[in-house]
Ligand binder design. Structure first.
Ligand SMILES: [Zn+2]
Length: 203
């Protein structure tokens, strides 16, 4: 563990970071520590309400209460989630942990990130990882920016693709996300959201 990671861990070990602010609108609570994040709150709540509406249209419901915890820095995010620093957010149950909101906003990633993680809070239990990520990126709109070129992973079996989504190498991880999204998009195109979600939810 590098010193900065240890420091970040010590800072958050007491639970919530010092100086954290919390805002609730409806069923969504947003906690942030960096004052710059305040300017992004409207965008977060707007993206959330749009996602809730669009999820309902495909037969999915977000939990009654969901919490977004925005980290103050990339190091703090990595320490909190164990994810690589290049990941935008990570969802466990009803808690969505994100990078600093203003950092996501500056890169144009905030609405996509909120929609992607909203999908994860509402997705049927038991979805294989590759399908969950592919559907989340299709739902969020991230898929529209994927390169049209072949990913080179077309022949990789679904289960191996799920394993590749745990890679730490950023380039290999990105390619795996693109391939998972290509497969999920194809399923949604040919069968429709409700059929894909229904089939996936069956034991
Ligand atoms: Zn995801």
């Amino acid at each position: 563990m590098r010193p900065w990671a240890l420091l970040a861990l010590l800072l958050i070990s007491a639970g919530h970071p010092a100086g954290a602010a919390e805002v609730r609108r409806g069923g969504l609570v947003v906690e942030y520590t960096d004052a710059r994040d305040r300017a992004e709150l409207n965008a977060v709540f707007l993206a959330w309400s749009g996602a809730v509406r669009d999820l309902r249209a495909i037969g999915l419901n977000v939990p009654a209460t969901v919490r977004i915890e925005a980290a103050g820095s990339a190091a703090e995010f990595a320490a909190r989630t164990g994810e690589p620093a290049g990941i935008a957010a990570s969802t466990r149950g009803r808690v969505i942990r994100t990078q600093r909101l203003s950092a996501l906003g500056a890169r144009g990633l905030l609405p996509f990130t909120v929609r992607h993680e909203a999908f994860h809070t509402a997705q049927p239990a038991g979805l294989p990882r590759w399908l969950a990520e592919g559907l989340a990126r299709t739902f969020s709109g991230e898929a529209l920016n994927d390169p049209p070129a072949p990913t080179g992973l077309e022949r990789v079996p679904d289960a191996s693709l799920s394993a590749r989504l745990l890679e730490r190498d950023p380039a290999r991880l990105t390619t795996a996300y693109h391939e998972a999204t290509r497969r999920a998009r194809q399923l949604v195109r040919t069968r429709g959201w409700r059929a894909v979600l229904g089939a996936a939810a069956r034991p």
